[in-house]
Write a protein that binds this ligand. Structure first.
Ligand code: FAD
Length: 500
């Protein structure tokens, strides 16, 4: 190193899901090249919610060499094949946004074009019938399939996940410090963070600081004032109440998002219990009314006191600022409608590892990191807004406001393109691929006016054969799958799992 300063000391402030996901991944990947310290305060605790995830978490765990069955047992996890949206397009209506693909795309045109042409030719089967994950979810079935053909994620207890990762990270050399961070000491010369000062008076110095302090954003905002973009005008829900209930039936392999007149309610079945919560806009629903509504629409005995949470939807303007990187809720928050928060944590961590500085922080790394993070968040934001904007509901002031709101140009353009031509294009490694957009746009009631002309290349016989072949493949595969709850018990049963 020729005596040059080597950027080696990485300090993680906060030990929630974000903090321990970061510690586990950095410790495992970077090994002895970094000195990793994590500070957390048991007295402050973690947010205590976060249960539904999306498929990239499977890859993340594999990257860390985690045994899936061990992980699922430790986190009381079940499998997830998608989300069922009830009452979003209209009261009484229901659709699935599932993982995986629907039918089979041609390189020139997605399967939806062939399906639409089929409709015109009198084939009246639903678009859903061509998606393996969707039909398996609807029938409550699951199994791992050869070639990773079944796309899935997990429904888990994220506090248990943090605990599981903590034991890994500590074995890999992460030093854990218990204590409350009383203040953040800045370097008087360059404005970087120099150290965290604890209640005990202990100083924890570092070269690079990860702010994983949750909504408090103790480092990135309270100390460095990185700025915040408020997106409440597009996603007006600002409150949530969560409770856990006893399981009264075997867990289904999907999360439920049930719309109500001022927001929506989630139901997430784990092995040992069910996570429930109501997300709402406080302008249209009082806290007491929201709590009554939630408790009136849960199954099974309530196990916990209601956990009341207020939030501001939006993103930190600079996710990496000076020598501090925001990971987790400190970087921003969008409601859990499409289970994207833990995923954003994962993306930020992997991105940071790819851009880990050697001697000094480079301005171009920071700019690139922030560009990529901002793009991720804006694309997810647009996808969430779609669920509110494209609705036929006019039964409450909340839904009327959503239907009337102006949306970001990026989303308006996507909706218009699909409405006119049935086309969707995934841009720049966007998280939600074409199939997700098609399922949600159709589920929310957007019907394309045209399909791609290449569909007409098929003769009537060829079209009928293709559609039947694809449908039969789904039906045959799902028929052989075991019931999800039974599969979970056999694969990774933890205590108190409810079997079929
Ligand atoms: P926290 O869990 O709040 O952790 C912060 C940490 O910082 C704690 O360890 C705390 O002790 C520490 N800390 C804070 N201040 C100090 C201090 N002064 N000194 C020392 N330590 C300190 N995500 C999903 O992916 N799927 C979901 O289904 C989902 N549902 C959600 C529902 C709701 C209503 C909300 C609000 C969020 C949901 N999320 C979901 C998001 C998810 O909960 C978080 O992304 C995840 O738990 C990570 O949180 P965190 O680690 O950033 O913050």
């Amino acid at each position: 190193m020729n005596g040059e300063h080597r950027l080696r000391r990485v300090v993680i402030a906060g030990g929630g899901t974000a903090g321990w996901m970061a510690a586990a991944a950095i410790a495992r990947t970077m090994g002895r090249t970094v000195e990793l310290t994590l500070v957390e305060s048991e007295a402050i605790g973690t947010i205590g919610v976060g249960e539904s995830t999306i498929p990239p978490l499977v890859t993340y765990n594999r990257l860390l060499g985690i045994n899936e069955a061990d992980f699922m047992r430790a986190t009381q996890a079940t499998f997830k094949l998608g989300i069922r949206f009830d009452g979003w397009k209209n009261v009484g209506d229901s659709y699935f946004h599932s993982f995986g693909a629907t039918g089979k795309d041609h390189w020139s045109a997605g399967f939806q074009h062939f399906w639409m042409y089929g409709r015109e030719k009198g084939h009246d089967r639903s678009y859903d019938d061509y998606c393996l994950e969707l039909i398996a979810a609807r029938e409550g079935k699951f199994a791992h399939l050869p070639d990773d053909r079944m796309n899935y994620a997990y429904q888990l207890d994220s506090s248990l996940y943090a605990k599981f990762l903590r034991s890994m990270a500590e074995v890999d050399g992460t030093k854990r410090v218990e204590g409350r961070i009383a203040s953040v000491e800045l370097n008087g010369e360059n404005g970087d963070i120099a150290a965290l000062v604890l209640d005990s008076g202990a100083r924890i110095e570092g070269d690079l600081f990860l702010d994983c302090t949750g909504f408090r954003a103790l480092l990135i905002e309270q100390s460095l004032h990185a700025g915040f973009d408020d997106w409440t005008h597009w996603l007006p829900c600002d409150s949530a109440i969560a409770v856990q209930t006893e399981s009264v039936r075997p867990p289904v392999p999907f999360t439920r998002a049930m719309a109500h007149d001022a927001g929506w309610q989630w139901r997430i079945p784990l092995q040992h219990r069910v996570g429930n919560g109501i997300v709402y806009c406080s302008r249209y629903l009082s806290r007491d009314a929201a709590q009554d509504r939630l408790l009136g629409n849960v199954e099974g005995r309530v196990l916990t006191e209601p956990n009341v949470l207020r939030f501001v939807t939006g993103a930190r303007r600079r996710q990496w600022y000076r020598n501090c990187i925001a990971i987790g809720l400190s970087g921003g928050f969008m409601e859990p409608l499409e289970s994207t928060s833990i995923h954003l944590i994962q993306r930020a961590i992997l991105r940071l590892i790819r851009m880990m500085p050697l001697r000094e922080i480079s301005a171009s790394d920071v700019a690139e990191f922030n560009d990529q993070q901002n793009q991720d968040m804006a694309q997810i934001r647009d996808f969430l807004i779609l669920h509110y904007k494209a609705t036929e509901r006019r039964d409450s002031a909340f839904w009327r406001q959503c239907a009337a709101m102006a949306v970001p140009d990026t989303l308006a353009q996507k909706i218009e393109l699909f409405r006119e031509s049935g086309r969707v294009f995934r841009k720049n490694e966007e998280l939600f691929a074409e199939n997700s957009w098609v399922q949600v746009m159709m589920g929310q009631g957007i019907s394309p006016r045209a399909y791609h002309p290449v569909a007409e290349k098929l003769t009537d016989d060829e079209l009928a054969r293709l559609l039947k072949l694809l449908r039969d493949e789904v039906t045959r595969t799902v028929a052989k799958l075991p019931e999800h709850g039974a599969y979970v018990v056999q694969y990774c049963g933890a205590a108190r799992a409810v079997a079929a």
